[in-house]
Design a protein. Sequence first.
Length: 119
Amino acid sequence: MAADAGVLNVKDADLSGARFRDCDMGDAIFDNVDLSGATFREVDLSSAGLSDANLSGTRFRDCDFTDAAISDADLSGLKVTNANLSGAALVDCQLDGLTIDGVPVQNLLAAYQAAQNGA
């Protein structure tokens, strides 16, 4: 099977502080990439894979993460606003300071765990 030349594959790169706007990064692969302090606005990251990535302090606004997979990533201080996270998976990520629409994710997880325990 031939590789799709249109798929973005970034490995071992420093993109800290980068700004992305109105980009199609669907199916992109980011492996061991520093995106700390980067800004993403109106970016399609559907089905993208981000592993061993530094996303600390990164801002995502009006982005599509449908079916994206994020693993072993530093998400501390990450801000996600008005994003589609349907089917997205976060696995083994550092979540300190992560917010979604201004709500700390740690609070959401605590509320979920309390509801599961019947508290």
